[in-house]
Design a binder for this molecule. Structure first.
Ligand code: ATP
Length: 355
């Protein structure tokens, strides 16, 4: 959507009567809860039918449901949604299931900078961005024949780690690879995983200062992945592989975690570098983002992915995290997003944080 079109939409909006909307999935309970705490009206876009379980969570339930048959149908109802002064909060499922290309054309004011998708959804460009920012990524193995240490094989477009596998040799790779699917091979980094949840505001200077605006660290999690995280209950991986049982990486939930305090300077340096480089490349990664990392035994971070929006790993922190409590009590990422929109609306800065 062009800047001119967006500005037209925002000008027509009643800024005192904004509605925060997202698709009912992923982190929506948190987003609605945060928006409600900041006094916004909320709207849940529900695919297929209204989801019954929201009734069990009155403080996470949207004020209104907007039912569509499928994700693509959201594109048809944008005018109706604009009449409600809707600002959309994207999350992982929303973007993944609508499709990045369609999401880019969605004619609704959307929190964050949608241009980030052009860098994030292309593995080559993502690597360029993160490495240019000085981050260390797991080594990429271009030719399967060159596999000479444990690697993880990732299929393109896989959702939540589905079908990823570990291979230790070229032979093993050959046995496991599914033909006709494109993939990438990465060195398997041994260490502990930390998924770091940042929030970048280009319009507020009240946190870790950057060349423009400031950066916060709101929380962190570790993903719970089946079966890799539980496989040892049955025996060693080597033992099980002999029986044809291979560990998998499907995300089933998220576990709260904190990091050694002495690593926080590195955490901020990485976040800073990613934001500064993004400002240079495409006008900035705005709002929440997550660096998915492994910390090695030498206390070095290897970053295997960036998520440029609210991640489900923030869900354990609806009433605040050990980090956000040091900023403001009872503040989730969902609430922080609502606060940013409220601040921008009040100061006539919405076009700095919306695309
Ligand atoms: P999402 O888009 O939901 O973040 P994805 O499908 O793109 O997931 P990744 O996040 O890249 O997949 O990887 C899935 C999981 O595989 C990670 O959460 C992590 O446990 C593991 N993993 C990924 N890359 C590596 C690596 N290089 N070394 C060790 N483990 C890895």
């Amino acid at each position: 959507m062009t800047k001119i079109k967006l500005n037209g939409m925002l000008t027509a909006y009643d800024k005192k009567n904004l509605t925060i909307a997202t698709v009912c999935s992923h982190s929506s309970l948190q987003i609605f809860n945060g928006a409600r705490k900041e006094g916004f009206k909320t709207l849940g876009i529900s695919i297929g039918k209204k989801k019954k379980f929201y009734d069990a969570f009155p403080l996470g339930k949207p004020d209104e449901f907007f039912i569509v048959d499928n994700y693509k149908d959201i594109l048809k109802y944008t005018e109706e949604l604009r009449e409600k002064n809707t600002i959309v909060i994207p999350h992982g499922s929303f973007v993944e299931y609508l499709g990045a290309d369609k999401f880019l054309t969605l004619e609704l004011p959307t929190f964050g900078n949608r241009d980030v998708l052009l860098w994030e959804s292309d593995r080559g460009k993502e690597r360029k961005w993160l490495e240019a920012a000085g981050l260390t990524m797991p080594q990429e193995i271009k030719k399967p024949k060159d596999i000479n240490k444990p690697v993880i094989v990732k299929y393109h477009g896989a959702k939540g780690g589905k079908d990823f596998f570990i291979a230790k040799t070229y032979d093993e790779f050959q046995r496991r690879i599914k033909k006709n699917r494109s993939f990438a091979i990465q060195e398997f980094v041994l260490g502990t995983r930390y998924y770091l949840h940042y929030f970048y505001s280009p319009i507020q200077d009240n946190a870790y200062k950057l060349s423009k605006g400031s950066l916060q660290l709101l929380s962190m999690d570790r993903r719970d992945e089946t079966t890799i995280d539980e496989v040892q209950r049955l025996g060693s991986i080597a033992e099980l592989e002999e029986l044809g049982i291979h560990p998998t990486f499907v995300v089933t939930g998220n576990i709260p975690i904190v990091i050694r305090e002495s690593l926080l300077p590195k955490v901020f340096k990485m976040g800073e570098a990613v934001v500064e480089k993004s400002l240079e490349l495409f006008g900035g990664i705005i709002g929440s983002f997550c660096l998915e990392t492994v910390v090695t035994e030498d206390l070095e971070f290897k970053v295997f992915e960036i998520s440029a929006r609210i991640v489900a790993g923030t869900n354990p922190y609806i009433s605040g995290s050990p980090y956000s409590e040091l900023i403001q009590s009872d503040m989730s990422t969902g609430r922080r997003i609502a606060q940013e929109i409220k601040y921008a609306a009040k100061n006539n800065l919405l076009n700095e944080i919306i695309s």
